[in-house]
Design a binder for this molecule. Structure first.
Ligand code: SF4
Length: 416
């Protein structure tokens, strides 16, 4: 068993596999960058989101250990009470979301035991897939192995980025590690991989045959992992750059962003131009630009943030200087300010304070629990239509039927 907060990270990690499978030199490049930072005494602190996720995993493990009778009820109660007392992210929301996840796991365990009474259930298992990926290992949240079928279930506690099990390389690498360890006893033919993301109400499962999994491992993963381990191959920018540690200074990404921008504005004859007024863009030209504008915008933001960081650490960029940004006045001693205003300002005490403001919905939900919050405030919470946005056609949201009604709904909403 591996401690949640001590889950080690290999150079070719399963969580980063989407990236190094597409852009093979990225893993070594990231490693070098992190080493450089470490040499300067700079270490990335664990983010609040990561800490929250770690705690949700810890809590789930206690609940599952209790449900699976790996520990006694008394031991579970002691561990739960300690957890509740010590962990800052524990609250009704975590209680409820962990219950969604652990209920699902127990449902799957019971279903597996109906088929194979001695089905194997393992929590927080270290999985070794180094046969295909040098140094490759990871930690599987839950493994259920019954005759012929391996099931892997992973909890994703975050809600910022939706994660789907479909063709998910991290899950497939975990499955490889698990299958290697248990194939002999259970003759595994099928692999079921599930990601539970309770805060986004999402449970997704992807199934494949063990044969296809091995084919993917041998034909795709192994050669790419070897290249990645050696730092070989071409830099390939794409959507996977999002969490790359060198995304701001990566030349390939910069080249692509600049090339894309140039290409979109170049008149190469592929898109119809406005012959009656060549100085303005046609709708077709604007649509082409809209396709790439988000990526370019993201890259620009990353570059600005990176350069500011570097400048603050002493780098100077020709033609640029560091200045103080805009700031707002603040009262450094509120009690003193109140005292002086009452004494000399001629105002009543009540007039010195802003009206009490209710906490945000997200924070109230955390305090009460998502389910209870929805039940208690049924009919009191409304969700007005969102401000219209232009997205690509493959977006899952239904299109607004009429631009006129969208504008009206939005304007009404502003007036309310
Ligand atoms: S930013 Fe993108 S292209 Fe550059 S190394 Fe990272 S993953 Fe590869």
């Amino acid at each position: 068993m591996t401690g949640h907060s001590e889950r080690a990270h290999a150079l070719l990690s399963a969580s980063g596999s989407k990236r190094w499978l597409r852009c093979t030199p990225s893993a070594r490049a990231e490693g070098l960058y992190m080493q450089e930072l470490a040499n300067q005494g700079i270490f990335e602190p664990e983010s609040e989101f990561a800490e929250e996720g770690t705690q949700a995993h810890e809590y789930s493990e206690i609940i599952l250990d209790r449900e699976l009778s790996n520990i006694t009820k008394a031991q579970a109660t002691r561990r739960i009470n300690k957890f509740k007392k010590e962990k800052k992210f524990y609250g009704p929301e975590m209680e409820e979301m962990v219950e969604v996840y652990t209920d699902y796991v127990m449902e799957r365990v019971n279903a597996a035991r109906l088929e194979t009474p001695d089905a194997l259930v393992l929590i927080e298992q270290r999985l070794d897939f180094s046969e295909w990926v040098p140094g490759g290992f990871g930690t599987g949240d839950v493994l259920i192995v019954r005759d012929g079928v391996l099931e892997i279930i992973d909890l994703k506690y975050g809600k910022g980025v939706p994660v789907d099990a479909y063709e998910n390389p991290q899950m497939k690498l975990y499955a490889l590690g698990a299958i290697t360890a248990h194939d002999v006893l259970y003759d595994i033919q099928e692999v079921h991989m599930t990601i539970v993301q309770p805060r986004l109400d999402s449970i997704s499962t992807f199934e494949m045959s063990a044969e296809d999994l091995y084919k993917w491992a041998n034909e795709e993963v192994k050669p790419k992992a070897e290249m990645a381990d050696n730092g070989d191959g071409d830099y390939v920018p794409g959507e996977h750059c999002r969490f790359c540690k060198i995304k701001s200074s990566c030349r390939a990404r910069a080249d692509e962003a600049l090339e894309t921008a140039k290409a979109e504005f170049a008149d190469d004859g592929s898109i119809e131009v406005n012959t009656s007024d060549p100085s303005t863009l046609t709708d077709a030209e604007l649509a082409e630009i809209l396709f790439v504008v988000d990526d370019i915008e993201k890259w620009c933001k990353d570059i600005k943030a990176f350069a500011l960081d570097q400048a603050l650490s002493g780098t100077s960029y020709e033609g640029f200087k560091l200045v103080e940004g805009r700031s707002n006045r603040t009262i450094k001693d509120e009690a003193k300010a109140v005292e002086l205003l009452l004494e000399k300002g001629g105002v009543k005490e009540d007039d010195l304070y802003a009206p009490r403001k209710l906490e945000t919905i997200t924070n109230l939900e955390k305090k009460v629990g998502k389910k209870a919050f929805a039940e208690i405030l049924e009919g009191v919470i409304v969700k007005p239509p969102g401000k219209p946005v232009l997205v690509t056609e493959d977006d899952k949201r239904p299109a607004i039927q009429s631009a006129e009604s969208a504008t009206k709904d939005f304007a009404d909403d502003l007036l309310d």
